[in-house]
Design a protein. Structure first.
Length: 131
């Protein structure tokens, strides 16, 4: 992931991210063109530490049916033999989804992957505060 893209997901400026690299807070490598790039898993680690990062912007999608979309970055994947739990940090929102392990494997989801969580009304819980 390029520095500008990672900085956008982390909610910081490119310069701040470069200072973090210089300070050793996050590790960067060089791509084939010699530009600094970051592993998605490293960006996911910083997002987990931040707890409430700002909203991210995902690549354009050509069509969709769900209206409630939360673009973000995968911060955690837990898989067993049949099911998987995927956590996405979408701005200040932590979205957790349970889906089949097969789906997670087919989508290539792992910490650092860019993903969009979609929420349909039939799957949203409502709570009422006391009082």
């Amino acid at each position: 992931m390029r520095i500008s893209q990672a900085a956008e997901h982390l909610g910081v400026s490119d310069d701040t991210l470069r200072r973090w690299i210089d300070a050793g807070r996050i590790t960067a490598t060089a791509d084939a063109a010699g530009r600094q790039v970051l592993e998605g898993a490293e960006v996911a680690r910083l997002l987990r530490e931040a707890q409430a990062p700002p909203a991210t912007v995902a690549a354009p999608v050509v069509g969709r049916s769900a209206r409630n979309r939360f673009p973000g970055i995968v911060t955690r994947v837990i898989k067993d033999t049949v099911m998987a739990q995927v956590e996405i940090q979408a701005g200040p929102h932590r979205v957790v989804s349970l889906l089949s392990r097969e789906a997670v494997d087919e989508l290539g989801l792992e910490p650092g992957s860019l993903a969009i969580a979609t929420v349909k009304a039939t799957n949203v819980g409502i709570e009422v505060p006391e009082g």
